[in-house]
Design a protein. Structure first.
Lengths: 305, 248
């Protein structure tokens, strides 16, 4: 039981990070971006390439940090990947979505399907289809709770790192949205774009910030997924449905809703893997989604639009 | 160039190309005036002020604010041109607190927070008491006050309001209009769209009646109160003379 909980929270924190960016796109750019999952995949692989380059430059950076499986090389690569994935997201908007914005959200959704296919296949072409890992070092899970208590609990230091850093990232984003002028402007634009404009908020600046922040969060989520599971060029599309489920569960436009939605989806997937089998994981997550939406159609923290 | 606070020349505007709602409207508002735009439903009153504020595309004509051509300036830059706009509905950010609504407006125009907020709180003391409350929890009248206060933060020279009395009780309308008089007394020009003709003419110095997208009657409030066409249109006085064409 405790193991299901811990695994669910780790998966959930990765889903939450991706879902926040997706939720922001939905509420500010106002369309369902089906290429968002690919940003996670690109973020993960960009970090892999950067990490390989860094450790080739300085082998000392490959040395594991304390109990973790990774060294300074991956941490620096994570930062670089955040910047590059943010630029990729912004470029996608500039080259594709910005030109189609006046055509309406249906056109944008279809365009995002195309963008997702292009990005996924480019990644496959560039990196091949074989699963990849950041480190070949084997990590031993540490027993935190004996088997006799709630079935026991074993976690790897990397899993703890992913969970804690996800919470730190979400808290940082929350403070940014709550207290900075840009963050408040983004919240205002999500709620009422016309009023935001007459208040003096530049909508293009808000859109740029949304893409950049969404790209950064996608990169972090992608690297965390690669760190705790593995990397495949299809990891983006595999994570896409759980991301959407988390956004809808939590309520579009709500950061903490996306986090809670991510944890619910993560816990449901984790429980279903243990209780009914891995093949029913998505079905279980969507059963929970449908049940909650029947009770709260706007999601758990949905804001009025 | 004009010295008028607002000059609208032959303005045509609408959401769809080829389907203008505002059709060749002309309007002049002098500094320090309160001017009301009246007219039947669908006359294009709201579209006219939204076009001036940059929210409805302009297809012909020019708009000048204090002599400066703002026709092509996007809506989000209007506050920097001295023009503040208060929409009819959804005119506060309901997910932000009262203070956050005002602070956001101040930070966008890069005003020092305290220097910008103090005069507004002095004019609207209720907002100071309710500053921690989410704007979504305010009553209709309080929201309207917050919307006006939010617009005043940018220290506009021209304040445009789209139906500030909409959905308010007569008592609240009189309170809001009293505040608008106070606003004018600080030197700010006020232009408002109104359905509430009697209250609007009691507040405004001048008014323009818009029909089918352009002004048909313009005059002082006293003149319009006596105008038989306005009486026939709005005040329920049947004079036997024909009202302005196209109304209703």
């Amino acid at each position: 039981m405790l193991q299901i909980l811990a695994d669910g929270l780790v998966i959930g924190s990765i889903i939450a990070l991706g879902a926040i960016g997706l939720s922001m796109t939905l509420s500010i750019v106002r369309f369902s971006n089906f290429s968002h999952g690919e940003l996670l995949g690109w973020g993960a692989y960009l970090a892999l390439v950067a990490s390989t380059a860094f450790t080739a430059f300085s082998p000392a950076w490959a040395a594991p940090l304390g109990p973790f499986s990774f060294g300074w090389g991956l941490l620096l690569a994570l930062l670089l990947s955040c910047g590059l994935t943010a630029l990729l997201a912004l470029s996608l908007d500039t080259v594709l979505f910005k030109r189609l914005r006046k055509q309406g959200s249906i056109t944008l959704v279809i365009a995002s399907f195309g963008a997702a296919l292009a990005l996924r296949n480019l990644l496959l072409f560039w990196q091949g289809g074989i699963p990849r890992y950041y480190s070949e070092n084997l990590q031993i899970a540490v027993a935190l709770v004996p088997r006799s208590v709630g079935g026991g609990l074993r976690v790897t230091p990397d899993q703890v790192f992913v969970f804690v850093l996800s919470l730190v990232t979400v808290t940082g984003l929350h403070l940014f949205l709550r207290h900075s002028t840009l963050g408040r402007s983004m919240r205002a634009t999500a709620l009422n774009p016309a009023l935001a404009r007459v208040t003096g908020i530049d909508p293009e600046r808000i859109l740029r910030a949304t893409w950049l922040i969404g790209g950064v969060l996608a990169a972090v989520a992608g690297v965390f997924a690669g760190l705790t599971v593995q990397m495949r060029p299809t990891m983006g599309v595999d994570l896409l449905l759980p991301l959407f489920a988390a956004v809808i569960l939590g309520g579009v436009g709500s950061i903490w809703g996306a986090v809670l939605g991510g944890f619910i989806v993560g816990l449901t997937e984790s429980a279903s893997v243990t209780l009914v089998g891995a093949e029913y994981r998505s079905a279980a997550a969507f059963a929970v989604l449908i049940t909650i939406l029947m009770l709260r159609p706007r999601g758990l923290f949905g804001e009025r639009h | 160039m004009s010295d008028a606070a607002l000059r609208v020349d032959d303005l045509e505007a609408g959401y769809e190309p080829g389907l203008p709602i505002v059709r060749g409207a002309n309007l002049t508002v002098q500094p320090g005036e309160i001017v009301a735009i009246l007219g039947p439903n669908g006359a294009g009153k709201s579209s006219l002020v939204k076009a001036v504020a940059g929210l409805v595309p302009i297809t012909r004509g020019r708009v000048f604010v204090h002599g400066r051509d703002i026709t092509r300036i996007p809506a989000h830059q209007m506050v920097f041109e001295g023009l503040a706009f208060v929409p009819q509905t959804e005119n506060v950010f309901i997910n932000l607190s009262v203070a956050e609504n005002l602070e956001l407006a101040a930070s966008i125009v890069k005003a020092r927070r305290q220097a910008a907020l103090d005069p507004v709180y002095a004019m609207f003391p209720d907002l100071l008491r309710q500053r921690a409350l989410p704007a979504g929890q305010l009553s209709g009248g309080q929201r309207q006050m917050l919307a006006v206060a939010r617009a005043l933060i940018a220290k506009p020279r021209l304040l445009i309001l789209d139906e500030p009395s909409a959905g308010l009780s007569p008592l609240l309308v009189s309170q809001v209009f009293a505040k608008l008089r106070e606003v004018r007394d600080t030197g700010i020009t006020v232009l408002l769209v109104e359905q509430n003709v009697k209250s609007a003419l009691a507040l405004a110095d001048r008014a323009a009646v818009l029909v089918e997208g352009r002004e048909r009657i313009v005059g002082s409030s006293t003149e319009l109160l006596q105008d038989e066409r306005v009486a026939a249109l709005y005040l329920g006085r049947h004079t036997g003379k024909q009202a302005v064409g196209g109304a209703g």
